[in-house]
Design a protein around this ligand. Structure first.
Ligand code: TXA
Ligand code: MG
Length: 317
């Protein structure tokens, strides 16, 4: 879209939003703010536009994308919604919950979006800037996190630029992402079974209260294909549940344990989730060759924080 050497940063005022929507409608790429993380968006109904996402991220083509919709009516043209899906939408949309549902046969979505799967991942984001972009663009937008494949997800425009550089031509600046962790992904099966494909801001406990016990968890074939072990990599060794810190380690603290960067001094897990990628970006950029992280409890959003940290700690041999 742009032959400039640097990424263009658009302010999220009426003019910036209108320009982002025009670029998207014309088949271009724009990094957009959401309440979870920044997404690298393109119109989901254009094979050419979607191909640009995979190229910019260096993303393997077996890893499908989430489609962001303006409302339930738009989503129902793409996925098959049953009563459970509508109930979850009623409770959590707009918000950080992605539903994996059967793909409608007549859905106008480029094949690369689903990587050939018979299912589709759908989400209505809550961020008001992203909602305005969806409204003005008119088409559903495919958008994975706006980072190079395997790198740390971005919660600020600076993170997008540090990871993608000019592979991302335009960023719409909507400030820091409020949740700071990618959406929870739930797969609903036609036979009443369901499984948590990715833990996130909507907790497993909450979902079990609504849907009953998780049923599909041990079926490896329904894992989100993108949940590769090595993901969210800060590019240096990372040690979990550290009780003390070595001098060459960048320490990410929590609660009583003060660090070079703190997830939450007061021990609040939602604040820790919102700070996680910010601290990992700082740790990656620091002079220290290694990273240590304080123990994080597992309840509620703690499960998602520990999931991301475990993946960040996984090194390829
Ligand atoms: O919060 C979020 O979800 C952010 C913002 C931008 O919305 N997006 C995001 O996208 O995290 P991405 O591409 O980084 O992660 C999408 C995940 C991948 O793990 C992918 O495998 C999974 O969703 N996924 C997409 N379609 C799927 C499907 N049909 N079945 C199973 N998993 C799917
Ligand atoms: Mg991602």
């Amino acid at each position: 879209m742009s032959d400039k050497d640097v990424t263009e940063v658009l302010q999220a005022d009426a003019e910036g939003i209108a320009r982002a929507a025009r670029i998207l409608a014309a088949g271009g790429l724009v990094a957009v703010p959401t309440e979870t993380v920044y997404g690298l968006a393109a119109r989901a109904d254009s094979a050419e536009a979607v191909a640009k996402i995979y190229a910019a991220k260096g993303r393997p083509d077996f890893n499908p994308l989430i489609v962001h919709v303006r409302d339930l009516a738009q989503a129902e043209k793409i996925g098959e919604f049953d009563a459970r899906a509508r109930d979850l939408v009623e409770r959590f949309w707009p918000g950080p919950l992605t539903l994996v549902l059967p793909l409608r046969e007549d859905a106008k979505v480029a094949g690369a979006v689903t990587a050939g799967l018979p299912t589709i991942a759908l989400r209505q984001p809550a961020h008001k800037v992203m909602r305005a972009v969806l409204e003005e663009t008119g088409s559903p937008l495919a958008a994975p996190s706006a980072n190079r494949s395997e790198e740390i997800s971005p919660t600020r425009p600076e993170h997008v630029i540090a990871s993608l550089g000019k592979a991302c031509p335009v960023v719409l600046d909507g400030g820091a992402s409020q949740k700071g962790l990618e959406s929870t992904i739930v797969a609903l099966r036609p036979d009443a079974a369901w499984s948590l494909l990715r833990p996130g801001p909507v907790s497993h406990e909450t979902l079990e209260r609504i849907l009953g016990a998780e049923t599909g968890a041990d079926n490896a074939s329904i894992e989100a294909p993108g949940q590769l072990a090595r993901h969210y990599s800060p590019g240096k060794p990372l040690r979990l549940s550290a009780a003390e810190v070595a001098p060459d380690e960048f320490f990410i603290g929590f609660g009583g344990q003060q660090g070079d960067c703190n997830l939450s001094a007061g021990g609040d897990l939602n604040e820790a989730a919102a700070q996680l990628y910010e601290c990992l970006h700082q740790a990656a950029a620091s002079d220290k060759p290694r990273i240590a992280v304080a123990p994080i409890p597992y309840g509620e959003v703690g499960r998602a924080i520990n999931d991301r940290l475990r993946r960040a700690a996984t090194r390829q041999n």
